[in-house]
Design a protein. Structure first.
Length: 256
């Protein structure tokens, strides 16, 4: 059994190799990489590799860029200190998603999952219900439940249920409190909020600068040029306009 390790932290890389030597001594580590560029080169030189162990954050960016350039159909065990990438990881032949700090028992459990799913003679017999259950579990647990905000020298949390919308203004992203006119700065870009941080079943990006909370929506009206204007449980000093190209998708989303 041949594998590659993509990990930019030398100590973590050594820890993984140590666990493999101890618990899977018949497995062969063909190489290691610390960057996206190194990882791509390794994959080109070892097209017959059986498994990848891959840290999501490498030295020069997110590892998902590796798999965007080539369709590498190789099982992957992802490692990360953050859980917001869980759903995206399942777009790339993910076997398991292991959070750091790395525990030996947790990584060995991932090895066992790989052996069960990929080393059996009948590889097509993966239970679709099991896969769906894993996705649902991740969907319910991997999105942020609260945001740390700051006003002056005071810091406190805002639960997602207290948020009417997020919006960007002058390159700063704010969350707007439900039922009031209060707003708070958050340390996320709208792209990160939209693609990684927020639950897509609850939040929708209606245009380039605004993401709304479905639970805060109270009314919709037709607007100029085929757009929609929304009203949420908050002060009305912010125009919530659904971009024309997103109207159809937005209507499908609110009817889910």
């Amino acid at each position: 059994m041949k594998l590659l390790i993509f990990e930019d932290e030398p100590l973590a890389q050594q820890r993984i190799i140590q666990i493999i030597k101890s618990k899977r001594s018949d497995w062969e580590v063909l190489g290691t990489a610390q960057s996206i560029a190194e990882a791509i080169e390794l994959l080109k030189h070892h097209p017959d590799v059986d498994l990848l162990i891959c840290d999501i954050h490498l030295a020069d960016g997110d590892c998902f860029k590796i798999f965007e350039q080539e369709d590498f159909q190789i099982p992957i065990i992802f490692l990360t200190a953050y859980d917001q990438h869980a759903l995206e990881s399942f777009n790339h032949y993910c076997i398991d998603y292991v959070l750091k700090p790395l525990q030996e028992s947790r990584l060995v459990h991932a090895f066992e999952k790989y052996e069960q799913l990929c080393l059996k003679e009948d590889r097509s017999a993966v239970d679709s219900n099991m896969v769906q259950a894993v996705l649902e579990k991740i969907s319910n647990s991997s999105f942020k439940k609260r945001f740390l905000t700051k006003v002056g020298n005071k810091m406190f949390f805002k639960d997602v249920s207290e948020i009417a919308c997020f919006y960007a203004e002058d390159k700063i992203v704010y969350l707007k409190e439900l039922g009031t006119s209060k707003k708070y700065i958050v340390n996320f870009s709208l792209d990160d909020l939209d693609k990684q941080v927020l639950d897509p079943a609850k939040f929708y990006r209606i245009n380039r600068s605004i993401i709304i909370n479905l639970d805060a929506l109270v009314e919709m009206k037709t607007y100029h040029n085929g757009r929609l204007k929304l009203f949420v449980k908050s002060s009305d000093d912010l125009d919530l306009i659904v971009a024309r190209e997103r109207v159809g998708q937005f209507k499908e989303w609110i009817n889910q």
